[in-house]
Design a protein around this ligand. Sequence first.
Ligand code: ZN
Length: 479
Amino acid sequence: MTAKKMTQRYSGRLAIALLAGAFAAQPVLAQDGAALTPHQQLARDIYRDVIAFRTARGQEQVPAMVSYLVDRFKKAGFSDDDIQVTDYDSDGEKTQGLMVTYRAKAGSTDKPIVLLGHMDVVDALAKDWVRPPFTLTEEDGYFFGRATMDNKYGITNLTSTFLRLKAEGWQPSRDLVLVFSGDEETGMISTEAQAKYVAENIDPAFILNSDAGGIALAEDGTPVAFQVQSAEKTYATYELTVNNPGGHSSRPRPDNAIYELAEALGKIAAYKFPVQATELTRSYFATAGKLTPGEMGQAMLRFAEDPTDSSAIATLQANPETVGTLGTTCVATMLQAGHAENALPQSATATVNCRIFPGVGAAATEAKLKDIIGNDNVSFKLITDVTESPESKLRDDVKAAIRYSIDKRYPGLPILPYMESGGTDGMHYRALGYDTVALSGAAMKASDMFAHGLNERLPVASFYGGLDHWYWILKKLAE
Ligand SMILES: [Zn+2]
């Protein structure tokens, strides 16, 4: 996965900016200055330590971070048999994956649960940051540092929860397996290998990911909804090229590479892919519609009720925040043509980026584009790796566990499954047939989202407020 792909990672969160905060609950509790509990202190220490490893591509620091985590797990009582470290070569970069199994009590028969996080980060350059990116800094109510959100918060939260449950002597009713990848932000070599291993050796009941989802806060800090990432659109980018013999611009030929490409792009611009609705997207709009004021909220509710409602479709397609949830989109993003102002163009190339609705497929999308263009002179080249993944079910047991955990913080907060534009480890597990949902414990405003960007941060209150999140979810699912 490239950073370019990742920029859409949190589109689901951005969409929540539409929501008005109609849900009235108590605001997030600020840190009250009281001394940290032993568990809070432990989690904060792990957070500080893992952020200090610059696990970006080119640094090869993932193995050092793995050693650190292994040490933590061993000291907490996990045995060598429970811990598995695997080396991976990610396009020439040495990285590692870590798996830790919390064994079920004797006689348990329920299938395991796999829990995902990734240890690598998008790089950050100290000269560009206000504070050192690989030092945890607490300031103005925020924790600053690379991966304070994506995804060392998830790694910290899952790890500290395992250590806490172990210290309490808890025995789960099924195996719980942490699977931490080492190149999620780049090649996903470790992810793909781990997903294959999990399918062949663990065959879990389902998979929970720490790398997306979470509590969406309105700008005034009011919690709006608990978002559960349940599907990812397929990312595919094409280069469309027209070649031509060219010649002197004083002697124009009847055919012209730029005109032909422009005509093709005009057809793509005018084309709307079929509107699609699934159980997931309808339930998303049914919940989001109740939380969104005005015409937009009404359109969401009408679409949820009747996905053929043409006026609702028109309203949702006209809005950049919602158009992607209605179906496949393809849009021109780059253009290059010609080589001299006084020469006929010998080639013209456009880059077209598609976000493909689950189940449609990249091949069918490419065929559709060719069909609407209707000109064999326009050649297509797929320039991205494509991982197609189906929508996951938000299972009743998982939903009940989320309800149980969230009600302890925000009673009655709506649970909002959503589809995002793609980019987490989860898609590789979905592609193998496992229901995979992402449910971070973090609470964030859209304006606090700086994952992959400068000065990444997490509200301090959100860090501590979410530390029980996985604890209650695992108790509910495995007790
Ligand atoms: Zn991530």
